[in-house]
Unconditional design. Structure first.
Length: 150
């Protein structure tokens, strides 16, 4: 006597396709949820970073880029000048971490001041000019640090 199996009414690959689609859907939902839960820069982060940048710029203006470092457009103390250039780069990199959380008008003003500062240091401008740019930049950064949490 022969045993006859009834034919399957659905293809064998259908449960596998449904399972794969469900896994993809769950992965997309989890990724979306994780994206919404990703930490964003809080006002405390902005204030702390802005204060850190202002302090870094203070060191730049007071001890790195001075009349003793640059005289008449010539580098007198190469190590101090290089440290000043590095300080500008570090300050700019730290600014990039909080830049997106700052209002567009303030962001543009600070970006412009950083550009002016980098150009002034690269062109070996007089220390008084660099210190003036730093003072403006610090004023703006300190206003970000003092802004109320929102």
């Amino acid at each position: 006597m022969a045993v006859v199996r009834p034919r399957r009414r659905r293809p064998a690959w259908l449960p596998v396709a449904i399972l794969a689609a469900a896994i993809v859907l769950v992965a997309l939902l989890v990724a979306g949820w994780l994206r919404t839960r990703a930490p964003s820069a809080t006002s405390a982060d902005v204030a702390a970073t802005a204060s850190q940048i202002a302090a870094e710029l203070d060191v730049l203006a007071i001890s790195l880029y001075t009349e003793e470092t640059i005289q008449d457009g010539q580098v007198v103390q190469a190590s101090e000048y290089e440290a000043a250039r590095n300080a500008v780069a570090r300050a700019r990199a730290n600014w990039e971490h909080i830049r997106g959380t700052v209002s567009p008008d303030e962001r543009a003003a600070i970006d412009d001041l950083f550009d002016q500062l980098a150009r002034a240091v690269d062109s070996r401008a007089p220390a008084a000019e660099v210190q003036g740019i730093v003072a403006e930049l610090q004023t703006r950064l300190r206003s970000l640090a003092a802004a109320p949490a929102g």
